[in-house]
Write a protein that binds this ligand. Structure first.
Ligand SMILES: [Zn+2]
Length: 148
């Protein structure tokens, strides 16, 4: 993100903004929204602690320790993030592609939608397997230009 780079240039010598900043920000916004409806003291306390944490992390001069925390967090969310992205692509390409797992190496493969049984060679392990597809690609019909 462009503005993140700019902010981090302004905060040279400090930790600045990283992935954990965004998570904290989302949590603070969630607390604020929840507090509108619930109006709970502990929620306000959590909100305050999160704000203190966000300010502490931005202006911390112990950059290596903050980067270590950020890397740890990024390692934890890497796998769920990949899975969410994959499922999002499966939903997005539902009318154009078929996603199948290779039975040998468990690699997810994206295939074109064409009704029938097809022999597929896995690009990762090069083993052959059969895929049955019961849908054809839905073609999107668009008007290119108006009638003359
Ligand atoms: Zn494979």
């Amino acid at each position: 993100m462009k503005y993140q780079k700019l902010i981090n240039q302004l905060l040279r010598g400090y930790n600045g903004i990283d992935s954990l900043f965004y998570v904290n920000l989302i949590l603070i916004i969630l607390c604020i929204v929840l507090n509108i409806f619930i109006n709970n003291f502990f929620l306000s306390l959590i909100q305050l602690l999160l704000i203190i944490l966000i300010v502490f992390r931005i202006f911390s001069k112990n950059i290596s320790a903050r980067q270590k925390e950020n890397r740890l967090f990024e390692n934890i969310i890497r796998t769920p993030k990949k899975k969410i992205k994959l499922y999002w692509n499966i939903i997005k390409n539902y009318n154009h592609a078929l996603y199948k797992k290779c039975p040998y190496c468990k690699q997810m493969i994206k295939l074109p939608l064409k009704k029938g049984k097809h022999d597929v060679i896995c690009p990762t392990c090069k083993k052959k397997f059969t895929v049955k597809c019961n849908r054809n690609e839905k073609l999107k019909v668009e008007v290119v230009n108006d009638r003359v």
